[in-house]
Ligand binder design. Structure first.
Ligand SMILES: [Zn+2]
Length: 1001
């Protein structure tokens, strides 16, 4: 930053230095604000060795400017306008793009005003060692500061300010390069205005400023081939139209103007919500809106009108007679659009276009009209977009979209990028590197989607590496689920205790300089142990139990005292809040906190003193709570068990030591606590969990997949964690009724269960009572098929999918009667027990600490809106982390299956076959669940089938006679992993072996 010295301001400048604007106050009052600027003439130009401007800052613009550009052999500095930063940040960030650059204050402020994420990216670049960016405070320098003229728009004012600064620079440079008498005038560098605005360019040229468009500038750069790919398609349509652009017809309706949308939503005539694409059928989407119980169905691309997963859209709902039921069909865009040409599509009368169109209309007309009216959903069309949710997506280049003559050449061509996610449309992109990008995972950003273009247009951001290489797959997974995975920076690591690994709990007394022992109970002699999965490094909980003289039992849960180390609002805290949670992948863990804390100082390792936050109960032998207290403590764990070790120890009749007895006491209590929970109506839900065995840490090749085994001791730990979370929730809600960080699970809308209820009734004759969680739990217990033990688990998995997900909230933000946790049947709940890996728990620790008077509550935790904001991020990160974890398991299951298939073939055995259960029937296939592997698959039939939507059956021709397949049927599938020709990704392919061989037709 430039040091500011204030110069006395002569009267005549009074006008120029006043900026007048209107501001709305928090109470809605409009006030006039006059802001005075103090103009100076010592704001430096930033060019090294400038005779006029002396400055002591080290990183300056080189005196001769950038010399590597063809158009500017005498050297140049670029001065981009605001839109260049808004549209082309991927280019600016590229390590191959580093001409010396002047960034005007006007531009920087406008970028901040328009997009905070882009502003943050730009700010980071100004600090980067690799870039030569000088921030010029043009609004503070007397020659370059301007005032808005009457009738001038803010936009025009800024454009004029930018031109004024560019002109000043050129004059300034020529003045400081004045010829020495008798010598030839030396050529000096030029300041080049970069703008996409042709009118602005024209005005610039009239006042003698050199000005070019981004594309023209990049085309003459050394690495043009690579850099041109990074250009956003935004704003480039006037420059390089695709060959079909002329004479195109609109394929989609235009959007209504924003004021119309807002007024319509306000009046209740239009509806606003998030767009959800259908992963089975790219021609369908839905949008949940408050006005209807069921989400609004959107059928066909025209009605979805260019919405992309997650966009906030505005919908017009059709009259009820036009409502439809969702189609029962798997519709794969790759299959239907596979002959579509990236270069041509959209052209009127195009053959491929006709082909796609007729296939799509066949799909649309074939379905759902015969459906019972009860299955119809409000149906409508998108009339506008409030906010796009576009970002960079992990994709593959569709090899079939490469022009055959160009598969090896490096000339520009338009190709399709297929996103990994089935929820996204294919993206059209122009690239010069197509042949080298085949077989790579790449990042692609969507830039625009015109009404004349079937597909959105985007640009290449960067390559992630070879398809199926672990590095590329892992990074793409993190990017796809937006997991922040950069290493912790210096500012964050500086928040750690300076002693590092040597940090110990100080001795009590005079050497306790930080007062660590103040308000802390000494529990070092208590027989505490931890029980975790094998190889657990971040131990955040430990337990103990002992008999009291009165016959009652004292039980304690001790949680790592993370909030002792992570102080509110420092860089480490902000980073943890932004990450929200630790993310667990099969072979990797992305920590929320630096590992010094997570796996060492906060980890409740055995035999070392650790700071803890303890919850200690007195319980009767029947597990009734007599009392509970919370205290900061120091513990010294006596053992770190795995679930299995703890189980063996508990069951060993020869052991009678204190530790073993403590585990037995905990176990007895846990059984009673669980029984009480179940009696209160808690749900015992199932989600398929599998465990991946890795060959060795180095190769991380999966050798097998097995289902996770649950022992009594798993349940022991779980019950006490639930008890601690519930007790803490009560305490913090009582102390901070407005801002307590709680977690709730809303009861699912009854309509969510309609389909499952109907399937169960028709196929198995069971009825599901969903009137309360208790009733649901009881009726789930009834769903038993003696011949098929897996049936009950299957029903539980399907019921789980009808539920809403649990969420964090601030107690003052919702009505108290909605606090409840449906799945746990608890009226209040929070997360206290895993502060090493969940940020919500850190906040809860701070609130609990304040509630017991140990530390004052930080001001931000008194603010409802602040807590809401933080929890919004945490909720989102939590969902994404779960999805990333699941995707990682899927990837490894795929690798394991591939290896198994190869081994089988090598031995001359048939392919991998597994039992599977039908969980869904479609018009042209069945959805199956392979419980042993925890994966779902899709079996599609190419030949005609008879589909009975009412009874969830599909009848397919068999070898001798027709075979009817129904939901819940047990079948055998052949599982193969094959490389998809289009996307180059390994794809699990399932075919039916029994009751019919689906590959036979
Ligand atoms: Zn200067």
């Amino acid at each position: 930053m430039v040091e500011i010295t204030i110069r006395k301001r002569p009267q005549t400048e009074a006008v120029i230095t006043q900026r007048k604007f209107f501001k709305k106050t928090a109470r809605g009052k409009v006030v006039k604000v006059l802001r005075e600027r103090y103009l100076r003439d010592d704001v430096a130009c930033g060019i090294e060795g400038c005779r006029e401007c002396s400055t002591e800052i080290s990183r300056l613009l080189p005196p001769s400017g950038g010399l590597e550009h063809q158009l500017f052999p005498n050297g140049h500095y670029i001065l981009p306008d605001t839109n260049v930063f808004l549209a082309q940040m991927d280019l600016i960030e590229s390590s191959l793009f580093n001409p010396p650059m002047i960034l005007l204050q006007t531009v920087l402020e406008e970028v901040r005003h328009r997009s905070l994420p882009l502003y943050n990216r730009l700010k980071a670049l100004t600090k980067s060692e690799d870039k030569h960016i000088w921030v010029f405070y043009n609004e503070y320098r007397s020659e370059t500061a301007i005032v808005r003229e009457e009738n001038e728009t803010p936009n025009d004012r800024n454009d004029r300010g930018i031109r004024t600064a560019a002109a000043w620079y050129n004059t300034h440079i020529s003045l400081t390069h004045t010829p020495i008498r008798g010598q030839k005038q030396m050529p000096h560098p030029t300041v080049v205005l970069i703008t996409e605005d042709a009118a602005n360019r024209q005005k610039a040229e009239q006042s003698g400023i050199v000005s070019v468009s981004v594309r023209r500038y990049v085309e003459a750069m050394k690495d043009a081939n690579v850099l041109l790919d990074l250009l956003s398609a935004e704003g480039s349509h006037n420059i390089e139209p695709t060959k079909a652009a002329a004479g195109r017809q609109a394929l989609y309706p235009d959007y209504l103007p924003t004021p119309t949308l807002i007024a319509g939503v306000k009046a209740g005539e239009l509806h606003q919500g998030h767009f959800n694409a259908n992963q089975y059928n790219y021609l369908e989407g839905s949008v949940p809106v408050p006005a209807f119980d069921k989400p609004i169905l959107l059928v066909g691309r025209e009605n979805m009108n260019r919405a992309v997963q997650g966009d906030i859209v505005v919908i017009e709902v059709f009259p009820e007679k036009d409502w439809k039921a969702p189609a029962d069909e798997v519709v794969d865009q790759e299959a239907i659009q596979k002959n579509d040409d990236a270069e041509d599509s959209g052209e009127e009368g195009d053959e491929n276009d006709e082909e796609v169109f007729s296939k799509e209309s066949r799909v649309l007309s074939g379905s759902s009209n015969q459906k019972p009216p009860s299955e119809r959903q409000p149906t409508g069309r998108i009339v506008g977009i409030i906010k796009r949710n576009w970002r960079a997506y992990v994709c593959h280049i569709d090899s079939t979209s490469l022009t055959s003559t160009l598969t090896t050449s490096l000339s520009t061509q338009t190709v399709f990028a297929t996103p990994v996610s089935r929820l996204l449309p294919r993206i059209r992109l122009r690239t010069r590197q197509a042949p080298t990008l085949l077989n790579q995972k790449i990042l692609v950003t969507i830039d625009r989607w015109d009404s004349t273009s079937r597909y959105p247009e985007g640009h290449f951001v960067r390559a992630l590496g070879q398809v199926e290489s672990k590095e590329a797959e892992q990074e793409s997974l993190l990017l796809e689920f937006e997991v922040p995975y950069r290493p912790f920076g210096k500012a964050i690591l500086d928040c750690l205790p300076p002693e590092g690994e040597q940090w110990v709990v100080p001795p009590k007394g005079e050497f306790d300089l930080q007062n660590i022992w103040r308000d802390r109970e000494d529990l070092r002699d208590v027989i505490v142990c931890s029980i975790d999965p094998p190889g657990c490094q971040d131990i955040d909980d430990a337990l103990h139990a002992k008999l009291l003289p009165n016959g009652n039992i004292e039980a304690g849960v001790h949680i790592a005292d993370v909030s002792h180390f992570v102080l509110p609002d420092n860089p480490m805290d902000s980073e943890a809040a932004a990450r929200g949670t630790t993310v667990y992948l099969v072979d990797n863990r992305i920590d929320m906190l630096p590992s010094l804390l997570g796996t060492n100082l906060c980890s409740l390792r055995p035999f070392v003193e650790r700071l803890a936050f303890s919850s200690i109960w007195e319980l009767t032998a029947d597990a009734e709570i007599v009392s509970v207290r919370f205290t900061k403590s120091v513990i010294k764990s006596k053992a770190a068990f795995t679930y299995e070790e703890a189980q063996i120890r508990k069951d060993d009749p020869n052991l009678h030591d204190e530790l073993t007895n403590s585990i037995r006491l905990l176990n007895t209590l846990a059984i009673k606590l669980k029984a009480k929970r179940m009696a209160a109506g808690a749900l015992n839900l199932a989600s398929p969990e599998v465990k991946i065995h890795l060959d060795s840490a180095e190769s991380s090749d999966p050798i097998d997949v097995e289902q996770k085994e649950l022992r009594e001791t798993n349940s022991l730990v779980e019950e006490f964690m639930l008890l601690a979370n519930i007790s803490v929730a009560r305490k913090i809600e009582e102390s901070f009724p407005q801002t307590a960080v709680l977690r709730r699970h809303l009861p699912p809308p009854k309509t969510n269960f309609e389909k499952l209820q109907d399937i169960l009734r028709k196929t198995k004759g069971f009825s599901l009572d969903v009137s309360s969680s208790g009733a649901l739990a009881a009726s789930l217990d009834e769903c038993v098929d003696a011949r098929e033990p897996a049936f009950n688990t299957l029903v539980r998995i399907m019921a789980t999918r009808c539920m809403l997900s649990a969420e964090y909230f601030s107690s003052g933000s919702v009505a108290k009667d909605t606090f409840g946790h449906y799945g746990l049947a608890s009226e209040i709940y929070t997360h206290f027990t895993s502060p090493i890996r969940r940020y919500a728990d850190v906040l809860v620790h701070r609130q609990l600490s304040a509630a017991i008077g140990s530390t004052p509550l930080h001001a931000t935790l008194h603010s409802k809106s602040h807590v809401e904001r933080v929890l919004d991020v945490v909720n989102r990160r939590h969902r994404m982390a779960q999805m990333a974890g699941r995707a990682s398991v899927e990837f490894y299951v795929g690798l394991a299956l591939k290896a198994r298939g190869e081994q089988a073939r090598a031995r001359g055995e048939p392919d991998v076959r597994e039992d599977a259960y039908v969980i869904r029937t479609f018009r042209n296939g069945v959805g199956v669940f392979v419980s042993k592997l925890g994966i779902e698959g899709l079996v599609t039939f190419k030949r005609d089938t008879q589909f009975d939507a009412e009874n969830y059956t599909i009848t397919v021709p068999g070898a001798k006679e027709e075979v009817k397949i129904s939901v819940f049927d047990k079948v055998v599938v052949r599982i193969e992993v094959e490389k998809d020709k289009n996307t180059q990704r390994g794809k699990v392919k399932m075919t039916l072996v029994e009751p019919v061989d689906s590959s036979a037709f």
